[in-house]
Design a protein around this ligand. Structure first.
Ligand code: NAD
Ligand code: MG
Length: 387
């Protein structure tokens, strides 16, 4: 029996994880669940999975959550960053599923590692911001870090039995998002509604916008750099619109290992939770004859310049990836709020990176300060555009 804390339980990854857990009650038990503000859904999850602790963003939402729960239900409700840390470090917890969105996942994830918990990580922003610190802690504490992002799960699976030996390149596949074939001159009219319509994957809104700009793939390049300890020059992105090949690893003898599956996150989540075993899921294998063709192409960096921004920030290192990530979070939120055009996302992140001259060290305090500075700077740039 594996005891789990799920950070971001009400999201797309969190809900999919609970769907898996529901099917395997003899394998998993839930110790803690967290959400930001979605108290109604969280309350239903608490009633069903009976964790002993739940955390939300603030005292107000904690009160709202309590009011929605049967008075007799024995669950401790905590809030704020300290509450998320408590959820991530419960004594009984074996593994923490990091499924919060954004840099809010960083501190609880680090606390979980410090507390000796195994980690299944969907929250890529944590690795983008502080990959070196996370990986060092993982090594020092000797805990397991399982990638949940489908590409990284695929790379992990493609390396099984080979380890790091003889790797030539990592090939991250990208669906290309909803605008893969849209001409550049039509990018100015893209609305949040257009961008939220992902052709293959159903995900939370932030990552769906990141997929439309290809920033998601850029963040994943940085994520791969840390998870697999490989130089940026050996991480390539290849557009694969069918999203069947989830990623590949090429070896020095020319062999390429790929992991395939239908585009359903349940496979990667379940593998992260159950490794080294595989769970019998109600997810079909791809019907290749029906799919017919698997195609691959080079990403168009002119129409999707966010990809190059991410490589630039990743290669320069230091505080730049944290700045990239924070500026992107702010810009995506403004776009979703109809306060910034689609192309503005790239512009805001680019301008914020250009203004960030400090890039001194990269200890945790400096990264958190860079994140704060980048949010403030990106917001100010957005306000200036609005005037
Ligand atoms: P989502 O928006 O559907 O859910 C996010 C969850 O985090 C919710 O439970 C929400 O309440 C919580 N949350 C949001 N902001 C928070 C904050 N400031 N503090 C505390 N909790 C907060 O997101 P998602 O699509 O499930 O993605 C979660 C993470 O997994 C992201 O980092 C994303 O990049 C990554 N990921 C998602 C998918 C996918 O298919 N959805 C695939 C790969 C990776
Ligand atoms: Mg992914």
């Amino acid at each position: 029996m594996k005891s789990l804390s799920i950070l971001g339980a009400t999201g797309s990854i969190g809900s999919n994880a609970l769907e898996i857990i529901r099917q395997f009650p003899d394998r998993f038990t839930v110790i803690a669940l967290t959400a930001k503000t979605q108290v109604a859904l969280l309350a239903r999850q608490i009633v069903e999975f009976t964790p002993r602790l739940a955390a939300v963003v603030d005292a107000d939402h904690a009160r709202q959550l309590r009011a929605l729960l049967p008075p007799a239900l024995d669950v401790e409700i905590v809030f704020g960053e300290a509450g998320y840390v408590e959820a991530a470090t419960c004594r009984e917890t074996d593994m923490v599923l990091g499924a919060m969105v954004g840099s809010a996942g960083l501190v609880p994830t680090l606390a979980a590692i410090d507390a000796g918990k195994d980690i299944a990580l969907a929250n890529k922003e944590t690795l983008v911001m502080a990959g070196a610190i996370v990986m060092e802690k993982i090594a020092v504490r000797g805990v397991k870090l399982m990638p949940v992002d489908s590409e990284h799960s695929a790379i992990f699976q493609s390396m099984a039995g080979h380890g790091h030996h003889g790797i030539r390149e990592i090939l991250l596949t990208a669906s290309g998002g909803p605008f893969l074939n849209r001409p550049a001159e039509e990018f100015t009219s893209i609305t949040p509604r257009d961008a939220l319509r992902h052709p293959n994957w159903s995900m939370g809104s932030k990552i769906t916008i990141d997929s439309a700009t290809l920033m998601n793939k850029g963040l994943e390049v940085i994520e791969a750099r840390w998870l697999f300890d490989i130089d940026f020059s050996r991480i390539k992105v290849v557009v694969h619109p069918q999203s069947i090949v989830h990623s590949m690893v090429s070896y020095q003898d020319g062999a390429v290992m790929a992991q395939m599956g239908v585009p359903d996150m349940k496979g990667a989540i379940a593998y992260g939770l159950s490794h080294p075993g595989r769970l019998p899921l109600d997810v079909p294998s791809p019907d290749f004859a029906h799919i017919g063709q698997l195609t691959f192409e080079t990403p168009d960096r002119a129409r999707f310049p966010c990809l190059s921004l991410a490589y630039r920030a990743g290669e320069q290192g230091g505080t730049l990836p944290a700045v990239l990530n924070a500026a992107n979070e702010v810009a995506v939120a403004a776009f979703l709020d109809n306060r910034l055009p689609f192309l503005g996302i790239y512009q805001i992140v680019d301008q914020t990176l250009n203004r960030h001259c400090a890039n001194t060290g990269s200890d945790l305090g400096q990264l958190i300060e860079a994140d704060r500075w980048a949010r403030e700077t990106a917001l100010a740039l957005i306000h200036r555009q609005e005037r």
